[in-house]
Write a protein of this length. Structure first.
Length: 266
């Protein structure tokens, strides 16, 4: 009898048959795919797209169908004479979606207000807007036909909103109406400032007309006509000398006219 040191092995065919049986047995023990698994496997892209559409719809609903992103909260900075209500109304943003605010366009709309020299608009999420206003500053009170306006350093008319007693007053005697936002007559404003420069102690109230120019009533009750701004320092020097001379003589006169060259008085 012969003995071998190696373990006996199955023939190759027998091994393949064994593996097939094991695989079949393992598959038989696994649970069958459910209908939900089959649906996910075949419709995964469509399901994900549906979820994305629903999420987008929810976001859009929050943006446009609720009040969370509509502007009702305004912070107005720098306005002294204009009221916040006037500024908000001029901005046109009340109840507007913050996502559709064109800040530059709103700034241009605000600068159509005669009182506004510059404006800066800053929207912030979710629904706040800060409006910074630089108002025109009144330098002169200008009156015509019962209407009172202010004039700023650029010569722009805008409606007077307070009684500023420290400001000089020009009573415009010419006919017609003044429109807020337009420029004051260049000759009249130039004559006024020329008078103030040449005669700082001139009265706070003066008159202007295209026919007689700038005029005021001096301490003796005499009406003084100075014409336009041309040669104003020389006119004022002549006026000072003439007032001193006539005052020493206790002269009784009604007016002194220096607007047309040589002084004339009566």
């Amino acid at each position: 009898m012969t003995f071998s040191s190696r373990r006996p092995t199955h023939p190759p065919a027998a091994r393949r048959t064994t593996r097939r049986r094991l695989k079949t047995t393992a598959q038989a023990t696994l649970p069958a795919p459910s209908r939900l698994d089959n649906l996910w496997a075949t419709q995964r892209a469509k399901i994900l797209a549906g979820f994305l559409i629903l999420a987008l719809a929810a976001v859009l609903y929050g943006f446009f169908e609720t009040d969370h992103f509509y502007i009702f909260d305004f912070s107005v900075v720098g306005a002294h004479y204009l009221t916040p209500a006037e500024i908000v109304k001029a901005s046109g943003m009340q109840g507007y979606s913050v996502f559709f605010v064109d800040a530059r366009a709103v700034e241009r709309a605000l600068m159509k207000l005669p009182e506004v020299r510059a404006a800066t608009v800053t929207p912030r999420l979710p629904n706040q807007v800060t409006i910074e206003i630089q108002e025109r500053q009144p330098h002169v009170v200008w009156e015509r036909g019962g209407e009172t306006y202010w004039v700023d350093g650029e010569g722009i008319f805008f409606r007077a909103r307070a009684n500023l007693t420290h400001l000089p007053v020009v009573h415009d005697l010419d006919p017609g109406t003044i429109k807020a936002g337009e420029r004051a007559q260049a000759q009249g404003l130039a004559a006024f400032w020329a008078l103030r420069d040449a005669m700082p102690e001139s009265p706070r109230n003066v008159e202007w007309s295209a026919a007689r120019g700038i005029a005021f009533t001096e301490g003796h009750g005499w009406k003084i006509y100075l014409g336009n701004a041309a040669e104003m320092p020389g006119k004022i020097a002549t006026l000072r000398a003439l007032i001193a001379h006539l005052g020493a003589q206790n002269a009784r006169i009604r007016f002194i006219d220096l607007g047309k060259g040589d002084p004339y008085y009566q």
